[in-house]
Design a protein around this ligand. Structure first.
Ligand code: C2E
Ligand code: CA
Ligand code: CA
Ligand code: CA
Length: 277
């Protein structure tokens, strides 16, 4: 059994057989957690480098398994993707996130919320209708929702994905390319997509204060993003020096432990109030 930094023990491994009893038990538990709304959503602030203001938050799913404890998303998201559970999981996260976003906005914070989409979501033709309905129910303007997608999720079926992305864009929802730099992005495709934001993967960001090559990579990503009229976000900012470099490079928004870890919704609201009275 492989070690896991959070729980000590991995509850299943990716090379487990698809139908191994352990894996099937985890799928059943995950299904139940989603049905009972036991999946928690935490929020990590996104900060403007120019003004220092919080402009939004990324929603991240958390699962506390009753027996195995904390299961990291890098384990249960792929599990959900391979067992037909990613759709209910995504809709749960969307619904919770929009409700929270509505409450921050009622508190007077002009904030957006960002929700991660799995590749499967870009094959679901009813996604734009569902998003529209959830926005209406929460009373949140479409422009206050960002959906984060990865380059690889478009590559699976570029034409089909583009139809869905165009409809989301037409609603006024914003789209972000997540983990930029880690996939096989076709720069041509990037130009065709109706995206608003580019998120530079933290593997490029984390060492810019000490490695001039990483700094050069981030600099050109920022330049590319700006040339395409995108907001550029750096993730994984863990210290002040990194933040200062990013500001100097013109990166628009930053996210990372230096600003705040992802927080449970109530703590996030308190954090927001303390920061922006
Ligand atoms: P991501 O979308 O790239 O999310 C950013 C990850 O970086 C999060 O990990 C976050 O907790 C972590 N992080 C934030 N700041 C820092 C930092 O300063 N340093 C370091 N080392 N890490 C930082 P998390 O929450 O474990 O999520 C991992 C991945 O799981 C996410 O990567 C995303 O791909 C996926 N995920 C999480 N929640 C959802 C969800 O609701 N739906 C989908 N489809 N995927 C999700
Ligand atoms: Ca993300
Ligand atoms: Ca990311
Ligand atoms: Ca990532």
């Amino acid at each position: 059994v492989a070690k896991n930094s959070h729980t000590g023990v991995r509850v299943y491994t990716s090379d487990d057989d698809r139908n191994s009893p352990r894996r099937l038990a985890m799928v059943a538990d995950l299904r139940e957690a989603i049905q009972r709304r036991d999946l928690v959503v935490v929020f990590q602030p996104k900060l403007s480098t120019a003004t220092g203001l919080v402009v939004g938050a990324e929603a991240l799913a958390r699962w506390h398994h009753p027996v195995h404890g904390f299961v990291p998303p890098d384990e249960f998201i792929p599990l959900a993707e391979h067992s037909g559970l990613i759709r209910p999981l995504t809709l749960h996260v969307l619904e919770v996130s929009l409700r929270r976003c509505a409450s921050w906005r009622r508190m007077g914070h002009d904030m957006h919320v960002a929700v991660n989409l799995s590749p499967n979501s870009l094959q679901e033709h009813d996604l734009p209708d569902i998003v529209e309905r959830l926005l209406g129910q929460a009373g949140v303007p479409a422009s206050a929702l960002t959906l984060e997608i990865t380059e690889s999720s478009i590559m699976a079926d570029p034409t089909g994905a583009l139809v869905i992305l165009d409809r989301l864009h037409a609603l006024g929802v914003k789209l972000a390319i997540d983990d930029f730099g880690t996939g096989y992005s076709s720069l041509g495709r990037l130009r065709e997509l109706p995206i608003h934001e580019m998120k530079i993967d933290r593997s490029f960001v984390q060492r810019i204060a000490v490695d001039h090559r990483d700094r050069a990579v981030v600099r050109s990503a920022v330049q590319l993003g700006h040339a395409l009229d995108l907001m550029v976000v750096a993730e994984g900012v863990e210290d002040e020096e990194t933040l200062l470099h990013l500001r100097r490079e013109g990166c628009n928004l930053v996210q990372g432990y230096y600003i705040s870890k992802p927080l449970p919704a109530d703590e996030f609201a308190d954090w927001l109030t303390a920061r922006v009275p």
